[in-house]
Design a protein around this ligand. Structure first.
Ligand code: OMP
Length: 271
């Protein structure tokens, strides 16, 4: 089953639009992990197992593993997610973007080495830089459109041909790059107006929405502004607010509660 079908099936089966972000920071792990050489894997796997019930997707962030020389842990974690939670798609957050020959290697890295169902990509180098990802019709390509961070507007809001650059990204991806039906966009929860704007351009294409929780975005406003007519279309992603909900021995239960609370907040807004 391809990424888009798997995502739709998971939205339906779980009733959840929550994407659980896996961004390991060992300094924030409970003290029981001190001295564990497999702490990164063990912590992330425990969080994933505790939150799976409330998740429509998992999103490991590659820099959080690579900076720790823990790429092996990331490979094993994704293998664990596939075997223990087979219906839940895994999005590798790598924000790749480079000339075609290099992008081909990034696509192999994401889809072969890590066996991710989808990867985040940066559109700035243009279509040929994203094409190696798009060509994997069964995998998702989640393209940055209007990011969650404070400086998102520095470039993404620049007016080009009468409208902001992020709108061009939304239009291009929806009308030209999505021939295989495997594209999604990233729009931050911190920008509800832009979420509404992008939804109006792209029809039912999924939107990955980071920025709730630690970055302060409002999950209800996300749903009001950007859910599709059937009340789906969104992956509302949270990392730190779930991962580090408690630094005590109850960290996994606290993570599960944080994921459940986010699912329930979203469900109320979906009506
Ligand atoms: O592509 C992403 O996932 C992403 C895009 C964006 O615009 N903003 C954003 O925060 N992210 C990622 O989403 C996660 C947000 O983490 P929290 O703020 O802890 O929920 C991090 O892994 C970011 O790298």
């Amino acid at each position: 089953m391809g990424f888009m079908q798997a995502l739709k099936a998971r939205w339906a089966d779980s009733g959840s639009l929550v994407c659980v972000g896996l961004d390991p920071e060992p300094a924030k792990f409970p003290k029981d992990f001190a001295g564990d050489p497999e702490a990164v894997y063990n912590f992330c796997a425990a969080i994933a197992d505790a939150t799976a019930e409330y998740a429509c997707a998992f999103k490991p962030q590659i820099a959080h593993f690579a900076a720790l020389r823990a790429e092996g842990a990331l490979e094993r974690l994704i293998a664990h997610l596939h075997s223990k939670h087979p219906g839940i798609p895994v999005i590798l957050d790598a924000k790749r973007g480079d000339i075609g020959s290099t992008a081909q290697q990034y696509a192999r890295e994401a889809f072969e080495r890590y066996a991710a169902d989808a990867v985040t990509a940066n559109p700035y180098l243009g279509r040929d830089s994203v094409q190696p990802f798009l060509d994997h019709a069964d995998r998702g390509v989640v393209i940055l459109c209007r990011t969650s961070n404070p400086g998102a507007g520095d470039l993404q809001d620049l007016i080009v041909d009468g409208r902001p650059l992020y709108r061009h990204v939304a239009e291009k991806v929806a009308r030209e790059w999505n021939g295989n039906g495997n594209c999604a966009l990233v729009v931050g929860a911190t920008w509800p107006e832009q979420l509404r704007d992008v939804r109006a351009i792209i029809g039912d294409m999924p939107i990955l929405v980071p920025g709730v929780g630690a970055q302060g975005g409002d999950a209800e406003a996300v749903v009001r502004n950007a859910a599709t007519a059937d009340g789906t279309g969104l992956l509302v992603s949270s990392s730190r607010a779930i991962l580090y909900a408690s630094s005590g021995a109850d960290y996994a239960q606290a993570a599960a509660k944080a994921a459940k609370d986010l699912r329930d907040t979203i469900a109320r807004a979906r009506g």
